[in-house]
Ligand binder design. Structure first.
Ligand code: SF4
Length: 392
């Protein structure tokens, strides 16, 4: 079995719904070809019943196994939620391109639990419209260092062996070398695009945690060793790579486990291989606690954590704990090599100063990431998604 087919075989979809307008699209044809044994069920409206304020635990779990291919009527391109909270967070000028919603993985802390109302995974089939939006933006801002990610309300690559959208995006971004495309994933699904010609402006990034946390909290995802192996394959093909130690989780012997994680990264990659290392501590909306407890019980390190309300309305660890964890990891990386570029994601200026003794604009190599860019004509700010930041 070739490696892409192997990836497809790891994706569990029980039901495939298709909007009538999506039936003849390339995306639908690719998905249907990848899942030949799954009958197509036509669905003009949201399948499996109307959207609800809050899904039950069962509905939420089932939503990860049912896929609806449908056109999207709104704006695809948005500024990262962190940018809308600039008064309380330092933001890295990230933009998001939402090509679907919900995720087939099942992390206990996932912020999608706080607001998703539909009962399926959604993949948007009018990728042409998304690219047309980007093209319009590029006419005015093609010279600016935009960073565009696709992993806000879905994992960038967890369904990509079915849709192959990564290849379309990589080809598009080859025309705009000043822009950077970022895939963010907890999968090891990279083989479907490894041979795609690119302009060196594609970052494939992984959210990583110690193996203990991956095994206990990040259900259905690629194991840590599999993610690192996928990152090596990308590096060897000239893709930039990045790691997000996010969300860091406080648990007994956390120092031992995070030290091991840092050592695994530094033994397999050099600072020159890795675009950036970002860190963030566990955070979530208070309203998702109930669903998390129902689904994962108190055995989860996340549901049993002691958390405090913070500036943006989210629950976070105490400031001292966050600093202690960030400081520990920063020192561990620096102990290996002072050239690792590290930044804090969705954190307050106070935490930056405490942990890195600098603001982002004072850190060589990060200045360009955080330099304010002009507000865009097409850009919308997603009030309902402001709360938690880029996912996956
Ligand atoms: S945290 Fe990311 S990978 Fe995990 S379930 Fe949510 S979207 Fe998927």
């Amino acid at each position: 079995m070739n490696s892409v087919l192997q990836s497809v075989s790891k994706i569990q979809i029980d039901r495939l719904f298709v909007h009538p307008e999506a039936l003849d699209t390339v995306i639908c044809q690719r998905v249907a070809a990848a899942l030949p044994d799954l009958p197509i069920e036509m669905a003009e409206q949201t399948p499996l019943g109307p959207e609800r304020d809050r899904l039950s635990a069962d509905e939420y779990v089932r939503s990860k196994r049912s896929l609806w291919l449908t056109p999207f009527r709104g704006t695809f391109f948005k500024r990262c939620p962190g940018a809308t909270q600039k008064k309380v967070l330092n933001c890295c000028n990230y933009h998001v391109l939402n090509l679907g919603s919900q995720c087939n993985f099942d992390c206990s802390y996932c912020y999608l639990q706080s607001y998703l109302q539909h009962k399926t995974l959604k993949i948007y089939t009018n990728v042409d419209s998304a690219l047309a939006e980007l093209r319009e933006m590029a006419q005015e801002h093609g010279h600016l260092p935009f960073r565009v990610g696709t992993g806000e309300i879905m994992d960038s690559l967890s369904l990509d062996p079915l849709t192959l959208v990564s290849r379309d995006l990589i080809a598009f971004f080859a025309n705009y070398p000043k822009w950077t495309l970022e895939f963010k994933t907890k999968s090891d699904f990279v083989d479907q695009f490894l041979d795609a010609p690119h302009a060196g402006n594609v970052v494939v990034s992984w959210s990583v945690n110690p193996a203990e946390i991956v095994n206990r909290e990040e259900h259905g995802t690629a194991r840590l060793a599999e993610r690192l192996a996928a990152a090596r394959r990308c590096r060897n093909r000239g893709f930039q790579i990045a790691f997000h130690l996010d969300p860091m989780i406080y648990f007994p012997d956390w120092q031992l486990h995070y030290a091991e994680l840092v050592d695994q990264i530094t033994s397999q990659f050099s600072p020159d291989d890795v675009n950036v290392i970002s860190m963030g501590a566990l955070r979530f909306q208070p309203e998702q606690r109930f669903l998390m407890k129902e689904r994962f019980g108190l055995k989860s390190l996340v549901t049993s954590a002691e958390m405090w309300p913070s500036e943006g309305g989210k629950l976070r660890y105490d400031f001292q704990i966050r600093n202690q964890m960030f400081d520990f990891v920063i020192q561990r990386f620096r102990g290996h090599n002072s050239r690792w570029r590290i930044f804090l994601c969705m954190e307050t200026p106070e935490t930056w100063i405490q942990s890195l003794q600098q603001t982002p604009m004072q850190v060589e190599g990060l200045r360009d990431l955080f330099r304010p860019l002009p507000k865009l004509a097409l850009e919308t700010e997603v009030a309902t998604q402001v709360t938690n930041g880029v996912q996956s």
